[in-house]
Design a binder for this molecule. Structure first.
Ligand SMILES: Cc1ncc(C[n+]2csc(CCOP(=O)(O)OP(=O)(O)O)c2C)c(N)n1
Length: 64
């Protein structure tokens, strides 16, 4: 939950549960945009967001 590493593309570090979900959505979108809109074939990153069942009813999850 609190892991962050620019070197390893870990975008975590949030005190509030679910805060990483919209960040992951943005990260995934930038890969999709770079590949499909800008034609950047090096944009092949896979984005994953990990959270527990207690976070699934959080607004950050249900509104994405
Ligand atoms: C917005 C927000 N509300 C409440 C908390 C307090 N809190 C910390 S951990 C936790 C439970 C998270 O449950 P789950 O997502 O199932 O994670 P796990 O139990 O697997 O660690 C809560 C409610 C918080 N960190 N952020």
């Amino acid at each position: 939950m609190h892991l962050f590493s620019a070197e390893h593309n870990l975008l975590g570090g949030y005190a509030f549960i679910g805060e990483g979900i919209p960040v992951a959505t943005g990260a995934a979108f930038q890969t999709k945009y770079r590949r499909e809109a800008l034609g950047d074939e090096t944009a092949d990153q896979v984005t994953a967001s990990f959270f527990g069942d207690g976070t699934a009813n959080n607004g950050q999850f249900s509104s994405v």
